[in-house]
Write a protein that binds this ligand. Structure first.
Ligand code: AMP
Length: 214
């Protein structure tokens, strides 16, 4: 039996990573997170990472010429397992590209008000090598500033500064409108409204049970 191929969409900082983590744990899905892949390249100092960093630090989108290859490889590697794509596509062109390389089963669209996002991002810390995300308000690490699993240092993302977040939220709405229409037309879109990860996950879970019988 082929696994499910899901896409999770939502404004930056809305908790996509957290919800994806839950899906990974419950369904053994592969999490393909565009931002995590790019940050890993940056921390490893690859050519791609150096190029991508110029865009990421400004809150701008990384050009498709840098991104499409790494996403395609990740989707190919996930093969027939359940997978959840996070942070890609972010433009109509990327959605069209994805349609050519993979058949999607569902698109989960998270809708969270801006002020709830700004509040969550104030307290976000990440462990860059693994992509694990913490929040000093709702999911603090066991030892302040250190990753629970490896004990390595946690970092604030450079693009979580309030001004950069505002730029990211603005360009997100602008870019995602056509992507949302694209998936709505294909009857793949399921929108979930909420303010916090804790209240959103049960809604996502209920949808997955209903949609995928899991
Ligand atoms: P994220 O972790 O998803 O918030 O992504 C962090 C940053 O990586 C974004 O602000 C963009 O600069 C870049 N990025 C992630 N996904 C994409 C994408 N699909 N297209 C272009 N740039 C992306």
């Amino acid at each position: 039996v082929r696994g499910f191929r899901a896409l999770i969409m939502g404004p930056p900082g809305c908790g996509k990573g957290h919800i994806s983590e839950k899906i990974v744990k419950k369904y053994g899905a592969v999490h393909i997170a565009a931002g995590d892949i790019l940050r890993k390249h940056i921390s490893e100092g690859t050519n791609l990472g150096r190029e991508a960093e110029k865009y990421i630090s400004k809150g701008a989108l990384v050009p498709d010429s840098l991104l499409l290859g790494v996403i395609g490889t990740a989707v190919y590697k996930a093969g027939k397992r359940n997978w959840i794509l996070d942070g890609f596509p972010r433009t109509l062109a990327q959605a069209r590209h994805l349609e050519k390389v993979a058949h999607l089963d569902m698109v989960i669209n998270l809708q969270i008000p801006d002020e709830a996002i700004l509040n969550m991002l104030k307290y976000r810390l990440v462990h860059v090598p693994s992509g694990r995300v913490y929040n000093l308000g709702s999911k603090a690490p066991m030892v302040r500033g250190l990753d629970d699993v490896t004990g390595e240092k946690l970092e604030r993302r450079a693009d979580d500064r309030p001004l950069v977040v505002m730029a990211r939220l603005e360009s997100f709405v602008h870019q995602m409108e056509p992507v949302i229409r694209f998936y709505r037309k294909r009857h793949l879109l399921h929108t979930i409204y909420g303010r916090q990860h804790q209240s959103i996950w049960p809604l996502v879970e209920r949808y997955l049970i209903k949609r995928w019988g899991l």
